[in-house]
Design a protein around this ligand. Structure first.
Ligand code: PLP
Length: 410
C-alpha cells in the first residue's frame, strides 16, 4: 500500500483566496446587480509591454525555423539572460555576481517553495509575521513546521511586524537556522532600511543562519536609500539566497519567469560539523534533476525588459500602479485610516477602524462599498486587524473603489 506524506494533511483545507471567493459568491447571489471591484488579489492587470511581446514573437519564429530551432535549454537558464541580469539588476548597484550564480526559473513561487529542500528537515525556521504563505506551507509539507495550534505552527518562530513596532521585525534573541525575509513586503507593503537589513546579515554571519530573501517587489522601490538586494550589504553573499521575479516587475504572471541567486561562497554545515557544503552546488544538482528549464520564449521576453525601450516601458507600467497606490493612500489616510505601505510597494496595509477583525472589515467593504479586499489575518496571526489592498487594478476601478469607500464604508 502506498502511504501518503501525512504532513500534507496538516495544511488547512481552505486556502485564503478560496475562502474569499466563497464569501464573494455568497454576496453575488444576494446582490446579483452589484458591480464589484476587486482590490484584493495580487495579480497584475496591465498588458505586457511592446518590447516584451516583440521579443516573444521573434522567439516563436525562431522556434519555427529549422536553423534557429531550440529544444531543451540549459537547466540553469540561457547565458544571454543570466548575463543581462548581472549587468542590469546588480552591477549598477555595485554588486558583483557571476552569471553562474543566477538560476532562471518559472517564477519565484517555485523556488521560494522548493529551496527548503536544501536543508535538513529539523532546521528551525523564523518568519516575519504576517507573511507570504508559501514559505511556511512548503515547510509544513516536508514536516519542518511542526503542528498548527491557534493559527501558529509549533516549530516556526514568528517575528511580528505590526504598527506597534513600525513593521520592523525584532532580531530573535536565540539562534535560528533559517530566516525568511521579504522586502518590499507582501502583504504589508513595508520596506527595510539598509541599517535594519545589515542587522540581519550580521545576525546571520554570527549565528550561521541562512537567509532566504524574497525581493519579488524590488522594482516598486521609489526611495533611493532603500536596498533593492540583500547583496548591497557586506557579507550577505556568505549567508543569503535571493529570489526575484518578472511577474510583478513586468507583467509576467502569465508568461512565467524569475530567478534565484545562489552565491558561490554560500555554505551550510553537515550534521557532524566537519564539513561545509556549497549550496550553489546542491541547488545546481537539484535543478538538473527536477527542472528542465524555463521556456526559451519566456527567457527572451525577460531579456527584453532590459533593452532601453523595455526598461522605459516597464517603468511606465510600474509608474501606473504606483499612481494607483498614491490615490489609494491619499484617500484612505484622508478618511482617517492608518495605512502602511503603498510608497515603495504595490500593497497597502490598512488597519481596520475601531479594532474590528480583518474578516469583519472585509465584509463591511464588500457589503457597503462592493469592494473586495484581502483579510490580513489570512497572512498570519499578526495580520489580524488589518486588510490588504493592491494597486494592481485599472485606474478607473481604483478611483471608483475609493469614491465608494469614502461615501459608504467608513
Ligand atoms: N514572492 C512573493 C512575496 C509574492 O507575493 C509572489 C507572488 O505573489 C511570489 C513570490 C511569486 O511570484 P511568481 O511565482 O509569479 O514569480
Amino acid at each position: 500500500m502506498a502511504l501518503v506524506n501525512e504532513h500534507f494533511l496538516k495544511l488547512p483545507d481552505n486556502y485564503l483566496f478560496a475562502d474569499i471567493a466563497k464569501k464573494v459568491n455568497a454576496f453575488k447571489v444576494s446582490h446579483p446587480q452589484a458591480d464589484l471591484i476587486s482590490l484584493g488579489i495580487g495579480d497584475v492587470t496591465r498588458p505586457v509591454c511592446p518590447a516584451v511581446t516583440e521579443a516573444m514573437h521573434k522567439a516563436v519564429d525562431e522556434l519555427g525555423r529549422k536553423d534557429t530551432f531550440r529544444g531543451y535549454g540549459p537547466e540553469q537558464g540561457y547565458a544571454f539572460l543570466r548575463e543581462a541580469i548581472v549587468k542590469h539588476d546588480f552591477m549598477p548597484r555595485g554588486i558583483r555576481l557571476d552569471p553562474s550564480e543566477i538560476f532562471i526559473n518559472d517564477g519565484a513561487k517555485s523556488d521560494t517553495g522548493n529551496i527548503q529542500e536544501l536543508v535538513r528537515w529539523d532546521n528551525s525556521i523564523g518568519v516575519t509575521d504576517p507573511i507570504y504563505p508559501v514559505y511556511i506551507d512548503s515547510n509544513v509539507m516536508i514536516g519542518r513546521a511542526g503542528l498548527v495550534e491557534n493559527g501558529r505552527w509549533s516549530n516556526v518562530i514568528y517575528m511580528p511586524c505590526t504598527a506597534e513596532n513600525n513593521f520592523v521585525p525584532q532580531i530573535p534573541d536565540r539562534r535560528v537556522d533559517i530566516i525568511y525575509l521579504c522586502y518590499p513586503n507582501n502583504p504589508t507593503g513595508t520596506v527595510i532600511s539598509k541599517d535594519e537589513l545589515r542587522k540581519w546579515v550580521n545576525y546571520a554571519l554570527k549565528n550561521d543562519t541562512l537567509i532566504f530573501y524574497d525581493a519579488a517587489y524590488e522594482a516598486y522601490i521609489q526611495d533611493d536609500d532603500i536596498p533593492h538586494s540583500i547583496y548591497e550589504i557586506k557579507g550577505a553573499r556568505k549567508v543569503a539566497i535571493e529570489f526575484r521575479s518578472y511577474s510583478k516587475t513586468a507583467g509576467f504572471t502569465g508568461i512565467r519567469c524569475g530567478y534565484t541567486v545562489v552565491p558561490k561562497e554560500l555554505t551550510a554545515g553537515t550534521l557532524d560539523g566537519k564539513r561545509r557544503i556549497s549550496l550553489h552546488r546542491l541547488w545546481y544538482r537539484r535543478q538538473c534533476t527536477k527542472f528542465n528549464g524555463t521556456s526559451y520564449i519566456s527567457q527572451r521576453a525577460a531579456e527584453a525588459t532590459y533593452s532601453p525601450e523595455g526598461k522605459e516601458q516597464v517603468k511606465a507600467t510600474i509608474g501606473y500602479y504606483m499612481e494607483n497606490a498614491g490615490i489609494m493612500l491619499e484617500t484612505l489616510t484622508g478618511l482617517g485610516l492608518d495605512v502602511y505601505g503603498g510608497r515603495n510597494s504595490p500593497y497597502l496595509w490598512v488597519k481596520t477602524p475601531d479594532g474590528e477583525s480583518s474578516w469583519r472589515f472585509f465584509e463591511q467593504m464588500l457589503y457597503n462599498a462592493h469592494v473586495v479586499c484581502t483579510p490580513g489575518v489570512g497572512f498570519g496571526p499578526s495580520g489580524e486587524g488589518y486588510v490588504r489592498l493592491t494597486a494592481f487594478g485599472d485606474r478607473g476601478d481604483c478611483e471608483r473603489a475609493m469614491e465608494r469607500i469614502m461615501k459608504r464604508c467608513i
